[in-house]
Ligand binder design. Structure first.
Ligand code: CAA
Length: 241
């Protein structure tokens, strides 16, 4: 297996942490991006030995600088996992404009920023693996999440468009649509609401972050070169799409 340089956004916590660890275990050089908690990122680095890079993925210039730093320190980037995401839940009639904008910029804008920063190199080297972490709620919608559902749904459209552009250049672009996974984000859902959601998951449990990381390894493998523009749903059977 060829060892590659991989970047995971939001790669120090939750699903991103499991993805970073899995890519490292598969023999890749991993850069774990984060934007929030220094404490969690330092603990992640101490636990895994994976280098951490703090920059705001919703900021175009910050991403350009962050990607340049990773490239200088680890080498040209072959694998990008756009995983960073936030929620600012609320019904539309109570939603403030900043709740909308923050989610669109962080979850969807980041996808453009990261891909734009690496695409020239991938095209020049005729190799790239991009995985966008969407959501079941981008496929099915979710009460209280017009912002999040729109951003995640946008990521699925982005995936299919960029897949067409990359197909002749050795660059695959796929999405994973996780269901409800046991992370801080899902644990923040009001307990009574979460209980009802879990009751609707046929497998009968929340997902584990590792369930999603398994899909990332599959889609980023060198020999996954015929899989592009697809969405892999990993949701315990909650939404069959
Ligand atoms: N479908 C239909 N009705 C619903 C509903 C649903 N899913 N959820 C709530 N309602 C109803 C309630 O029953 C209630 O109705 P009544 O007033 O008639 O009793 C009404 O909506 C108001 O509900 P709340 O009291 O909860 O209203 P709120 O304004 O305090 O909160 C909310 C609304 C913010 C949407 C809250 O219900 C919530 O946080 N829901 C969870 C949203 C969710 O699932 N987010 C996913 C986060 S995890 C994630 O995003 C990761 C991923 O990719 C899967």
């Amino acid at each position: 297996m060829t060892s590659r340089v991989a970047v995971v956004t939001g790669g120090t916590r939750g699903i991103g942490k499991a993805i970073s660890i899995a890519l490292k275990a598969a023999g890749h050089k991993v850069a774990a991006n984060y934007g929030g908690s220094d404490e969690a990122a330092k603990a992640f680095n101490a636990e895994t030995g994976i280098p951490i890079y703090k920059f705001d993925v919703s900021n175009f210039a910050a991403v350009q600088a962050g990607v340049a730093k990773i490239t200088a320190e680890l080498g040209p980037i072959d694998i990008v996992v756009n995983n960073a995401g936030i929620t600012r839940d609320g019904t539309l009639h109570k939603m403030e404009q900043d709740q909308w904008q923050a989610v669109i910029d962080t979850n969807l804008g980041s996808c453009f920023n990261m891909c734009r920063a690496v695409i020239d190199g991938m095209r020049a080297r005729s190799f790239g693996r991009i995985v966008n972490i969407g959501s079941i709620n981008g496929q099915a919608g979710q009460y209280g999440q017009v912002n999040y559902a729109a951003a995640k749904s946008g990521m699925h459209g982005f995936t299919k468009a960029l897949a067409q552009e990359g197909a002749g250049k050795g660059i695959t672009v796929n999405a994973i649509a996780p269901g409800y996974v046991d992370t801080d984000m899902v644990r923040a859902v009001p307990p009574a609401v979460l209980e009802k959601i879990i009751a609707r998951i046929p497998v009968g449990r929340l997902g584990h972050a590792e369930d999603i990381a398994r899909g990332v390894l599959f889609l980023t493998a060198d020999d996954a070169d015929f899989i592009t523009g697809s969405t892999l749903s990993i949701n315990g059977g909650q939404h069959m799409y």
